[in-house]
Write a protein that binds this ligand. Structure first.
Ligand code: HEC
Length: 174
């Protein structure tokens, strides 16, 4: 009901003017702070629209559920910097092994499949398939998921960082 709102706004402004007028009759009016007028004026205009949220990260949805059953998404851009840790030991390029096997095509790959890489028996015989969900569990604590693994890496404890690096792997190791 705009007419009522306008009437209200006018009455607010009018009230402020009357208040100021009242003040100005006092002998010490010059020392009164002039703050009332702009405040009243701002009530007559609608408040500015709320700021648009910061641009969302480039989240991609993953085939992962967290402990509470909620779907997990990851940001491959942030995942690139997490992958910097992996890169000391792993390449994402096919045929390139370092201390660890190439991670090319890792998502959906059966464990221990790089033919010319010398795996531990623990990793080779784990029977795991590196689904996104399995990587999410493994990368939290590799030694717990594959006891006896040669992968001397404590893991990525932050669940979002784990999701991010998996998003990065999904986009960059196909
Ligand atoms: C300190 C070196 C090192 C780091 C850092 C490291 N890895 Fe590994 N990773 C290895 C080694 C060595 C193996 C082989 C383990 C075995 O044979 O027991 C391995 C194995 C794996 C495997 C199983 C591969 C297969 O073919 O079965 C995956 C998946 C993996 N790493 C992912 C990662 C990811 C993702 C990161 C970073 C978040 C990472 N690793 C960090 C050394 C490392």
């Amino acid at each position: 009901m705009p007419s009522i709102r306008a009437a209200f706004a006018v009455s607010v402004v009018f009230g402020a003017v009357v208040a100021l007028g009242g003040c100005s009759k006092k002998p010490d009016a010059s020392s009164a702070p002039p703050a009332a007028e702009p405040a009243a004026a701002s009530q007559a205009t609608p408040p500015p629209a709320p700021e648009a949220p910061a641009p969302a990260a480039t989240m991609i949805s993953l085939d992962i559920k967290d402990a509470s059953g909620a779907a997990v998404s990851g940001d491959p851009v942030s995942g690139k910097s997490v992958f910097a840790q992996c890169e000391t030991c792993h390449s994402k390029d096919a045929g390139t092994n370092k201390v660890g096997p190439s991670l090319h095509g890792i998502i959906g790959r059966h464990s221990g499949m790089i033919p010319n890489f010398h795996y531990s028996d623990a990793n080779k015989n784990s029977g795991l398939v590196w689904t996104e969900q399995q990587l999410y569990a493994y990368l939290e604590n590799p030694q717990k998921v594959v006891p006896g693994t040669f992968m001397t890496f404590t893991g990525v404890k932050d669940p979002q960082k784990r999701a991010d690096v998996i998003a990065y792997l999904q986009e960059n190791t196909k």
